[in-house]
Design a protein around this ligand. Sequence first.
Ligand code: ZN
Length: 189
Amino acid sequence: MILEVVKYGHPALRKKGERIEKITPEIEQLIADMFETMYAAKGVGLAAQQVGRPLQLTVVDVRGATDRPSTLEIDGRESNVEAFMPIALINPEIKPYADPVAGPEGCLSFPEIFADIIRPSMTEIRALNQKRERVDFRCGGLLARAIQHEIDHLNGILFIDRMKRSDKEELKSQLDELQAQTKEALKKK
Ligand code: ZN
């Protein structure tokens, strides 16, 4: 089922996600719905907060973004990114490393808003995946960027929090308008 993606101004986006203690059939359904929602919106990642559920859960699939390469290392060995996708990350722990680099980002909760964000170029991740397997990997490129963006969501952090001040100023009227629209729509519910 395709879920509603909540937009900037929705309180769920500012909530820290609760740890998932047990992968129940309901959580499995949520994961399936989040994948479906992400693909329908043509996103490369979606966090549970973005469907109004503040949990430590995100889904990622970078295969659609063929112009922005990713790297993957599992057990110290270079691995195939495509074969590793799609992936759900449950209760992820993240350790970014390597030099910060700027790269373009958008967010399904901020339609039509894009900016360059500076983040470490590589990161190590530990999590449970959708098959309840423990995964431990290092990644770079778009995959590292997407995962850092999504794990920020799990902590209530949004990409506007990491934007350069001048970019955020420039986008201010768009951001204010989006926030006001979202709040107005919530009042009517
Ligand atoms: Zn986002």
